[in-house]
Design a protein. Structure first.
Length: 278
């Protein structure tokens, strides 16, 4: 029996929905040190309850991560990451009637998650951290998010040109590994090695990315530090700023929204879409 048949079917169904946007991806951090909600959902029951609440609020996808990627994060090994993830992922997949994305850069973790039935891998390294991850995604038929990032902030960098060069290489790596192009999603990487101005430019570049590559674009600006820098709002009070950023991205071509506040986004995106159709 194909060990990845469940993952492949879930990924196929999810990829078929990429054009039926917008899609809201609810964030589930099972880490002790994530910037917004670290430590809140490390216990399986709390994580499951939160995921079911996000599903009830209208989430289309749940994205679960067991290693923080905030600035200054402390990396963990693949075995430790899986030890955090597996006790929560297994019951989550059993109870949740939504596709599940796993936020990891490691082929080891990705393979195990896909064997349980996860539909998508969300790789913030853009296939740079672990060369084997693209091969795992291809073999298992997974959907794949690849994110742009810079190793360090350089305010003089032309961030849009850098994204094009980065994604040209990333898509070449994915193609060489056999990843199906229709299952790939691009993420401009808000908050990853960018200045304040570059973060704003990255949000506005969603349309350019979609036009250049013809692929769906995911945006994840939820509660991030640039909102605090512009408004002075603490992490827990950044919903309005997040919605403003995400609606701008929606108007520019983003179609998948990785968020902490599911209900607010479902409502805002619905109203925006209804106005557009009126």
């Amino acid at each position: 029996m194909d060990s990845y048949a469940k993952a492949r079917a879930a990924a196929d169904a999810l990829a078929a929905r990429f054009k039926a946007a917008p899609l809201v991806m609810g964030i589930l951090n099972v880490t002790p040190d994530s910037f917004s909600d670290g430590g809140r959902f490390v216990v399986a029951d709390a994580a499951l309850d939160h995921s079911l609440a996000m599903a009830a609020a209208g989430a289309d996808i749940i994205d679960i991560g067991a290693e923080s990627t905030r600035p200054g994060f402390i990396p963990v090994g693949a075995e430790e990451e899986w030890a955090r993830l597996e006790p929560i992922l297994a019951p989550l997949l059993a109870r949740l009637d939504l596709p599940v994305s796993v936020d990891t850069t490691k082929a080891f973790v990705a393979r195990k998650a896909l064997a349980l039935g996860a539909a998508m891998i969300n790789d913030v390294s853009g296939l740079r951290a672990d060369p084997a991850l693209a091969e795992v995604a291809a073999e298992c038929g997974a959907a794949l998010v690849v994110m742009h990032h810079c190793a360090e902030v350089d305010p003089a960098r032309d961030i849009v040109a850098d994204m094009f060069a980065f994604f040209d290489q990333t898509l070449a790596l994915a193609r060489a590994a056999g990843v199906m192009r229709e299952k790939i999603v691009l993420d401009p990487g808000v908050g990853f090695g960018k200045s304040l101005r570059q973060n704003l430019q990255a949000i506005d570049a969603c349309g350019a990315l979609h036009e250049e590559y013809g692929l769906p674009v995911l945006i994840g600006a939820s509660r991030k530090s640039f909102i605090g820098a512009l408004t002075g709002a603490p992490v827990e009070d950044r919903l309005a700023g997040t919605l403003a950023a995400h609606l701008r991205a929606f108007s520019r071509g983003a179609t998948i929204f990785r968020v902490h506040d599911v209900a607010g986004h479902v409502q805002a995106l619905k109203i925006w879409s209804e106005i557009e159709r009126a």
